[in-house]
Write a protein that binds this ligand. Structure first.
Ligand code: SF4
Ligand code: SF4
Length: 432
C-alpha cells in the first residue's frame, strides 16, 4: 500500500490515475448517488487540483474527501494500481494538519479513542445507570440519542455489561487436553463495549480448540476511526501502543475485519525513514483474521457443542435448521483478501442451512467517518443490504466484522425485520 510519507499527499500515486472509470462500477457511494466527486476518479482529480493550487479547499472539496468509505474496492480493480483510499486519507490528514480538528472529533479521537481505559471507566460508570446497558432495566432511551448524534443517527445496541475485558482474564488456558498452540487476540472496541458476547465466543472457541489464549487488557483501539477522520498523529500513537503490547506474541488473531485490515497495514502509517515502519511491518505479518486462522490450521469443521446452544428459536422456525446467510465485509474481501475462509467455515457447520444472499459483498455503508459525515448515503446503502437479507429468506445473517454487525443491526431494527445478526464466532460456537 503506497501511502507515501505520512501526512503528506501521495501526489505521485494520484498522478497515475488515467481516468478509465473502472472504479465507478465498483464504488458503493457512486452506486447510490452517481456523483463523480464522490468516486475515486473524480476525487483523485480534485486532490491533484488542490495540490497544484487550482482548487480551493472549501466545503465542497471537504465533502468530496469525506464521501469515501475507504472500502478498497476501487484499488482492487484499478488497472493503474492507484491507492485511492490512501490518497483520500492523505488528503484528509493534510486538511486536519492545516485546519485542525473540529471540537467533537478532537473529543472523540484524542479524548476517548486514544485513551480507551479512561473512556472505558467513563462508559462503565454510565453502564450502571438503569436502561443504558444489558443489565435488567428500562429500554434504552437517552444515551443512544447522545451517541447517535456522534454517529450520524445510527442507533447502537445497549452497552455490554460487563465489558469483555471484565469477563475474561488475560490468559485463557486451553479447555482440555494438550496445548496445540499459543495465540494472542486483538479484540477491538466494538467487541469490548457493545458485542462482548460475540467477543467472548471468539476467545473461548480458540481455547476450546486447544490454544492457550493471551488477551492483553491494555490493548487499545486499532486507530482506524481516527485515521479515517484524518488524525494521523493520533493514529500513529495508537499503532505504536498496540505494536508494543503485542510484540511478545507470535500470532495475533482478530475477529474484526476492519481492525484486521488496518492492523495489517500499520506499516503505511510511518515514513520510510521512521524506525517504527519495520516494527509495524513485523507486527502486521503476525496478524490473521479469526476465520483465516481457523482455516489455515485445518479447523474447518467446528465441533458442535450442545451446551453452547443458547437460543433455538430460529432453528424451530426453519424446521430444525436455521437458514444462515453471509454478509462479506469490504475489509475482509478487498483489504485482506481472505473472503473464502468464512464460507468454508459456514459450510463446515452441519446443522445450518447456508444460503448466499444477492450481493453478499456489497458494502453495508458504515465506513467510520463516512457514516458520520454522510448519514443519508449510509442509509441508502444499508437499505440495499437489508433488502438483500430479506430476499434471502434467512433467519440469521452472519458476518466477520463487528462494525458491519452494528450497521446491519441498525438496518434490521429500522425495517423491523425478524432476522438475527451474528458474528461468525457465535455461529461456530453453536450459539444460534
Ligand atoms: S480505476 Fe484507477 S485509473 Fe481508473 S479512473 Fe479509477 S482510480 Fe483512475
Ligand atoms: S474506497 Fe470505496 S468508497 Fe472510496 S472511492 Fe474507492 S470504492 Fe468508492
Amino acid at each position: 500500500m503506497a501511502v507515501g510519507m505520512p501526512g503528506v499527499l501521495d501526489s505521485e500515486s494520484a498522478d497515475r490515475c488515467m481516468k478509465c472509470g473502472f472504479c465507478m462500477s465498483m464504488c458503493p457511494v457512486y452506486g447510490v448517488d452517481h456523483n463523480e466527486s464522490h468516486v475515486a476518479r473524480g476525487r483523485n482529480m480534485l486532490i491533484r487540483m488542490a495540490r497544484d493550487g487550482g482548487l480551493a479547499t472549501d466545503a465542497s472539496y471537504r465533502d468530496s474527501l469525506s464521501a469515501c468509505l475507504l472500502c478498497g474496492r476501487c484499488e482492487a480493480v484499478c488497472p493503474a494500481g492507484v491507492p485511492s483510499p490512501a490518497i483520500a486519507v492523505g488528503a484528509r490528514s493534510k486538511m486536519v494538519r492545516e485546519r485542525g480538528l473540529g471540537s467533537s472529533q478532537r473529543l472523540l479521537y484524542r479524548g476517548m479513542v486514544k485513551h480507551r481505559s479512561a473512556f472505558a471507566k467513563l462508559v462503565r460508570g454510565l453502564s450502571w445507570l438503569p436502561g443504558l446497558s444489558n443489565r435488567k432495566g428500562a429500554p434504552v432511551r437517552h444515551f443512544p440519542d447522545v451517541v447517535a448524534a456522534f454517529f450520524g443517527g445510527m442507533s447502537l445496541p445497549r452497552l455490554s455489561a460487563p465489558f469483555l475485558s471484565r469477563r475474561l482474564p488475560q490468559r485463557i488456558p486451553p479447555r482440555e487436553g494438550e496445548i496445540v498452540g499459543q495465540v494472542a487476540v486483538f479484540t477491538g472496541c466494538i467487541f469490548e463495549f457493545f458485542l462482548a458476547d460475540a467477543g467472548s465466543d471468539m476467545l473461548l472457541f480458540l481455547a476450546e480448540l486447544g490454544y492457550e489464549v493471551s488477551y492483553p487488557h491494555d490493548q487499545t483501539c486499532c486507530g482506524l476511526p481516527v485515521l479515517s477522520g484524518g488524525d494521523l498523529d493520533t493514529a500513529q500513537a495508537i499503532a505504536k501502543r498496540n505494536i508494543e503490547i503485542f510484540s511478545r506474541y507470535e500470532h495475533v488473531v482478530t475477529g474484526c475485519a476492519s481492525c484486521g485490515g488496518h492492523l495489517k497495514r500499520y506499516e503505511s502509517l510511518f515514513g520510510s525513514d521512521d524506525p517504527w515502519k519495520e516494527k509495524a511491518a513485523a507486527f502486521a505479518r503476525k496478524v490473521e483474521d479469526f476465520s483465516e486462522f481457523l482455516v489455515k490450521r485445518g479447523h474447518l469443521a467446528p465441533r458442535r457443542r450442545e451446551e453452547n446452544r443458547r437460543d433455538s428459536e430460529s432453528a424451530e422456525k426453519a424446521g430444525g435448521k436455521p437458514r444462515v446467510t453471509y454478509h462479506e465485509a469490504c475489509h475482509i474481501k478487498w483489504k485482506q483478501h481472505v473472503d473464502e475462509a468464512q464460507r468454508k467455515i459456514l459450510l463446515g457447520i452441519d446443522d445450518i442451512d447456508f444460503v448466499e444472499m444477492e450481493g453478499a459483498d456489497s458494502c453495508c455503508g458504515l465506513g467510520g467517518y463516512f457514516g458520520i459525515a454522510h448519514p443519508d448515503l449510509r442509509l441508502a446503502m444499508l437499505a440495499k443490504k437489508v433488502d438483500a437479507i430479506r430476499r434471502s429468506g434467512a433467519d440469521i445473517v452472519a458476518t466477520s466484522c463487528p462494525g458491519c454487525l452494528l450497521q446491519i443491526m441498525d438496518g434490521l431494527r429500522r425495517e423491523n425485520l425478524p432476522v438475527r445478526a451474528m458474528h461468525l464466532a457465535q455461529l461456530v460456537r453453536g450459539g444460534y
